[in-house]
Design a binder for this molecule. Structure first.
Ligand code: 13P
Ligand code: SF4
Length: 402
């Protein structure tokens, strides 16, 4: 079968991240109309929602929530901005939120303040009578966009041909991927992982086969494999725009870890230089980064872990401790506000929120809640039944490893 080569592209979501980089004094809450002035894609919304002030939004959201009562649960990822996360009934990292979505059958509606792949996962895990709503449909993830299912299917076929048959390769996808990739993993003996359990899942993968295809984040894959003792020489990067991902069949046969060439535009901004600067400024600082950062940054840091790990570690740290953090700014700012007895700052002096997480403005939350009050389900996230079935297999393999 001929090997397909695709044209290189940069996901528009990645280009748009830069439009949100700003200095700290530009961060306070604004009406949606003011935020729409930034030149990125937003979902259209009825005009009346554009001009509500933060106070009006707050009052109307509370009113809608009172009317809806327990029929609605609001879930919020740690990267949500302050003026949204305050409405969440539960906050967490991707893993905890997926568990939470699976354990709230009383709520008919799960309003997911996070990004698209998280809402899709909630839809796969929740009960059939529940509906999952994403307040703004343009809240995607630039990393997930780097692995379109067509490229992954082509890559999977090419890999197997190059390796001869199945080749003992197990596909493991990071939660940050579309449901159809999770389904591909489920159908082919693989699993899903999150940043909080990648080590366990990849270890499990090596018990199932000789090698692992890890996607879409090459950095989480590399950092995880290094922790498990796999040397860099046994890892190759799969570039979907090149024949055999840019590898020879021999290189693929020698590899234990095949890393899809994807990355997070927010986390790859953190550098060793920034870590050195933080250490010069505060010799007793602890550097804590997310494992989506590059290998160099992770190795120069003192600790790394999921957003929940970062939150818990800093919240439980002794008063007076100092933390330089390499993750999304909304979480770093919240930690700093909630821990006034500690010094907490972001490694990157330029403030770059995750632009897709940032698209959940309170006006969108209000729009979907008032829709429910009026009996309309706005922005429901659905997953076709066959994809749901196979993706569930991959998710359950992950959940069983806890
Ligand atoms: P967590 O799984 O740590 O919440 O991370 C999700 C994410 O998208 C980080 O960029
Ligand atoms: Fe995706 Fe990066 Fe945003 Fe996480 S921080 S949702 S990986 S773009």
């Amino acid at each position: 079968m001929p090997i397909k080569i695709r044209q290189p592209f940069v996901p528009i979501t990645e280009v748009e991240h830069a439009a949100f980089c700003k200095t700290e004094d530009q961060l306070p809450a604004k009406s949606l109309a003011e935020e729409l002035a930034v030149n990125v894609r937003w979902q259209e919304i009825p005009a009346e929602y554009l001009h509500y002030t933060p106070e009006e939004l707050d009052q109307r959201i509370h009113q809608a929530r009172r009317k809806l009562g327990k029929s609605v649960t609001v879930l919020g990822h740690h990267y949500q901005r302050e003026e949204v996360i305050k409405y969440a009934d539960f906050q967490g990292d991707s893993f905890l939120l997926s568990q939470e979505a699976a354990s709230r059958p009383d709520a008919s509606y799960i309003v997911f303040c996070g990004v698209h792949f998280m809402a899709e996962t909630a839809c796969i895990l929740c009960a059939p009578h529940q509906k999952v709503i994403l307040p703004n449909l343009t809240a995607g993830c630039s990393m997930a966009d780097m692995a379109p299912i067509e490229d992954v299917e082509d890559g999977w076929t090419d890999l197997q041909e190059a390796l001869g048959g199945h080749g003992g390769i197990i596909p493991i996808t990071y939660m940050n991927s579309v449901a159809s990739i999770k389904a591909l993993c489920g159908r082919n003996g693989g699993a899903v992982c999150t940043s909080s359990n990648a080590g366990k899942v990849v270890e499990w993968g090596f018990q199932q086969g000789e090698r692992v295809l890890f996607l879409p984040d090459q950095h989480l894959g590399r950092n995880t494999a290094l922790k498990l003792g796999i040397p860099l020489e046994q890892m190759v990067v799969w570039n979907p725009f090149r024949r055999l991902g840019g590898n020879t069949p021999e290189q693929l046969r020698q590899a234990k870890m095949v890393l899809w060439q994807g990355h997070c535009a927010v986390h790859t901004r953190f550098t060793v230089k920034q870590i050195e600067t933080a250490r010069m400024r505060y010799p007793d600082v602890t550097v804590l980064v997310h494992p989506e950062c590059t290998m160099e940054a992770v190795q120069a840091a003192d600790m790394n872990g999921s957003t929940e790990f970062i939150r818990k570690t800093i919240n439980e740290a002794p008063a007076g401790s100092k933390w330089a953090v390499g993750t999304e700014i909304s979480l770093v700012n919240r930690l700093s506000i909630n821990n006034p007895d500690k010094t907490i700052f972001c490694l990157d002096p330029v403030i770059c929120p995750c632009s897709t997480m940032y698209r959940i403005h309170p006006a969108y939350l209000l729009w979907v809640l008032e829709g429910l009050v009026a009996g309309h389900v706005v922005n429901e996230i659905t997953v076709p039944a066959d994809i749901k079935r196979d993706a569930l297999v991959a998710l359950e393999r992950m959940l069983a490893l806890r």
